[in-house]
Design a protein around this ligand. Structure first.
Ligand code: BDR
Ligand code: CA
Length: 311
C-alpha cells in the first residue's frame, strides 16, 4: 500500500525534483503540498509548485503557507540565486492554489487523519513550527517527519548553518522538540548524493516530462555549484530534497545514527546551527535519526525509475 505523504516545499530546483518524485512514485500517495518562503518569495514558491504539477499532469492540492519566518521578518533572502533562479523554467501555471492557509490545512488534515500521513518538510520549518505551536494535539496523529535540513560537518549558508534551518531557527527548534519520530537528511548525506551532468544526459534520454524537467533543473544546479560551491566532484550537484523523498520510499537509501539534535537560536556566529550530540555530552534523550551516509547507486536508480514514469 502506498504511504501517504505531505510535502512542505520552498520550490526551488531541488524541491521541484522532490515534488515530481513524490507525485510519480507508486509507493507514495501525495495528498498535498504546502509552500513556504525560502529559496524564493512564498508566492513564487507556490507558483513554481503549481508549474511542476501542471507540467507532469497531476492534480495535487497546493496550499500557500508562511511568507515570513516565525520571528525574523528581516530574514535576508538572496534576491536571485543561480542555483534556483526565481521562476522555474516551465510554462506559467494554469491551476490555482487550493488555499492560502497551509498552517490551518496541515492542522485540519492531521486532526482528521488516521495517523498515517508522513510529513516531508524540505524548506524552512516555518509552517510546521507554526502548526505544532497552534495545535499541539495534531502531533498525536503524526507518524514521522522526514526533514531535509541541518548539517554537522559543513554549512552551506554560513560556516555553521544549513539554509533551511538558518532561515527559521526558532521554527526548527520547535520541530526538533516535538517528541515525534524524526529522520533528518542533512548536508552530511546530501553532499554525498551528487547527480552529475552525465546522469542528466541519462535523464533526458528517458524522455518523460518529469525526467526532462529534472535534467534541466539539475543542470542549472550544477552550473551554480561549479561556480559558487564546488563539490567533491565537479560537474555534479546535490539534489538535497529529492533524497528526503527517496528516504521515505526506501529507508535503506540513507544510513542514520540516532542522536540528540538541538538548534542554535542565539549565536553570534552560529545562528541556525543544528547542534548534533554524537558523543551524548548532554545526556539528553536522542530525538533524531540523523543521516550520515547515502547509498548513491540506489538513489540514482530510484531517480531514473521514478522520473521515467508518467502520471
Ligand atoms: C536546502 O536549501 C534549499 O536551497 C534547498 O532547496 C534545500 O532544501 C539545502 O540546504
Ligand atoms: Ca528546499
Amino acid at each position: 500500500m502506498a504511504t501517504k505523504v505531505i510535502l512542505d516545499v520552498d520550490t526551488g530546483t531541488d524541491d521541484a525534483v522532490a515534488l515530481m518524485l513524490a507525485a510519480l512514485s507508486p509507493d507514495l500517495e501525495l495528498i498535498g503540498a504546502t509552500t513556504v518562503v525560502g529559496n524564493c518569495p512564498g508566492i513564487v514558491c507556490t507558483q513554481n509548485t503549481l508549474r511542476v504539477f501542471d507540467h507532469i499532469g497531476v492534480d495535487v492540492p497546493v496550499h500557500q503557507g508562511m511568507l515570513e519566518p516565525m520571528v525574523r521578518p528581516d530574514f535576508n533572502r538572496p534576491e536571485k540565486s543561480v542555483i534556483h533562479g526565481l521562476y522555474l523554467d516551465l510554462p506559467p501555471a494554469t491551476s490555482k492554489a487550493t488555499s492560502n492557509d497551509a498552517v490551518a490545512w496541515l492542522i485540519e488534515t492531521y486532526e482528521a487523519s488516521a495517523g498515517d500521513i508522513t510529513l516531508i518538510p524540505v524548506g524552512p520549518l516555518t509552517n510546521i513550527g507554526m502548526a505544532f505551536r497552534q495545535q499541539p494535539s495534531m502531533l498525536a496523529k503524526l507518524p514521522e517527519l522526514v526533514i531535509m535540513g541541518g548539517a554537522h560537518h559543513i554549512g552551506n549558508t554560513t560556516p555553521s548553518a544549513e539554509f533551511n534551518i538558518w532561515v527559521d531557527p526558532e521554527a526548527a527548534k520547535v520541530v526538533m522538540g516535538c517528541q515525534r519520530p524524526i529522520r533528518m537528511v542533512p548536508l552530511d548525506a546530501t553532499h554525498k548524493a551528487l547527480i552529475s551532468l552525465d546522469d542528466c544526459k541519462k535523464l533526458r534520454q528517458l524522455g518523460t516530462p518529469a525526467a526532462t524537467a529534472a535534467a534541466s533543473f539539475i543542470e542549472q544546479r550544477v552550473e551554480g555549484y561549479n561556480k559558487y560551491q564546488p563539490m567533491a566532484e565537479m560537474d555534479a550537484a546535490p539534489v538535497h530534497d529529492a533524497l528526503a523523498v527517496c528516504a521515505v520510499i526506501d529507508p535503506t537509501v540513507i544510513k542514520t545514527e540516532l542522536i540528540y539534535v538541538d538548534v542554535e537560536t542565539k549565536g553570534e556566529l552560529t545562528d541556525g546551527r543544528t547542534v548534533c550530540d554524537f558523543g551524548n555530552r548532554s545526556h539528553k534523550e536522542p530525538n533524531v535519526h540523523f543521516a550520515t551516509d547515502v547509498d548513491l547507486p540506489k538513489f540514482k536508480e530510484m531517480m531514473f525509475d521514478i522520473l521515467g514514469r508518467t502520471a
